[in-house]
Design a protein around this ligand. Structure first.
Ligand SMILES: [Zn+2]
Length: 334
């Protein structure tokens, strides 16, 4: 099967419509800015104007913005949003004040804008190498289930991914090729030896009392963002190495997350923010993928199944092609 054209098709079906839809966005549109609880917000109405959405309606507890190419749904009072059915998690809730819906300025700048307008991402560095980091290893098994350990499934998928990426013309580096212990610092050191690369850490989840299931993708919290799960009251204002890649991080996460959710047909738990050591220390665009829950009986059986492992590897590899094409598009722009 010709892999590159397939990748291109996926790119055009997900990323490019977002880009095409917003390239005419009016730079002159005035932003309605509001300070609320000490944070800077913009109104959803000015998001509608700036990104040229045709309609803005309230449906249940969601505000829906729509034009020909993009449907954006925002959960009022919550932190979830969907762009073309891909789930993202904001750092600050969407609030209502005086009849106006407000989105935090930092969520707009660090999440909405790089996804809707990847052509404005700077720097959009070209890359030829993919660093694949199988989580855990050796003394550290990661999540443990009756049918196997996270560290072994992560290594299996990493090797399948390595093969798929090589077929698509990438150089591939694995942070570990065997069942050995590696500290988080060592993983960062290995990754930072390379230039022109992206970094993908592979993990499987556990928790949720056996009920949680689905795909999560983590990317580094921008400066001033809360750590996911700690609530918006605990932002961190120190800049990390990985923050040089904020816009590329969310673009890479969008490409991988959307393609993996579609490719595996597992529930979408969203693109989330965290300050995991590998994400803070790596100088390349970096994400951490949780490819399902080992604590969920059905999903654990899938994770142990070579068909599912191949779907994961194939989807991630296609997503890397998609992201590369989007970044090449960016770098060709004046
Ligand atoms: Zn893990």
């Amino acid at each position: 099967m010709p892999l590159r054209p397939a990748g291109k098709q996926i790119l055009l079906s997900i990323f490019a419509p977002l880009l095409a839809a917003t390239s005419l966005a009016s730079a002159a549109a005035p932003w309605e800015e509001v300070t609320y609880n000490g944070n800077e917000y913009v109104t959803v109405r000015s998001i509608k104007t700036f990104y040229e959405f045709d309609s803005m309606v309230r449906r249940g507890n969601k505000i829906v913005l729509e034009n020909k190419a993009v449907e954006m749904r925002l959960a009022v009072g919550g932190q979830d949003l969907w762009m073309n059915d891909i789930k993202f998690v904001f750092s600050y809730p969407i609030v209502i004040q005086g009849g106006r819906y407000l989105v935090s300025r930092i969520d707009l700048a660090k999440l909405v804008d790089p996804v809707l307008r990847p052509e404005y991402i700077r720097p959009a560095a070209p890359f030829t190498t993919v660093i694949v980091d199988p989580g855990h290893g050796g003394k550290d098994p990661g999540a443990v289930s009756s049918i196997g350990h996270e560290k072994d499934f992560a290594l299996k998928v990493a090797k399948l991914l390595q093969a798929q990426l090589k077929k698509r013309g990438f150089n591939v580096v694995l942070t570990r090729e065997t069942d050995k212990s590696l500290t988080l610092t060592q993983r960062v050191e290995i990754a930072n030896r390379y230039r022109n690369a992206v970094f993908i850490s592979l993990h499987f989840n556990s928790g949720g009392r056996g009920r949680a299931h689905g795909i999560e993708t983590f990317t580094l919290s921008p400066v001033g963002f809360a750590y996911y799960g700690s609530g918006p009251k605990d932002p961190d204002f120190a800049s990390k190495t990985g923050n040089n890649r904020d816009s590329e991080n969310i673009a890479l996460a969008t490409a991988v997350h959307s393609t993996v959710v579609k490719g595996t047909a597992r529930p979408d738990r969203g693109i989330r923010r965290a300050r995991f050591s590998v994400l803070t220390g790596v100088r390349h665009p970096a994400i951490l993928l949780e490819g399902g829950f080992l604590s969920h009986a059905h999903e654990a059986r899938l994770i142990a199944n070579p068909t599912y492992q191949n779907k994961l590897a194939f989807s991630i590899a296609d997503a890397v092609v998609k992201y590369k094409m989007a970044t090449e598009k960016m770098t060709r722009r004046p």
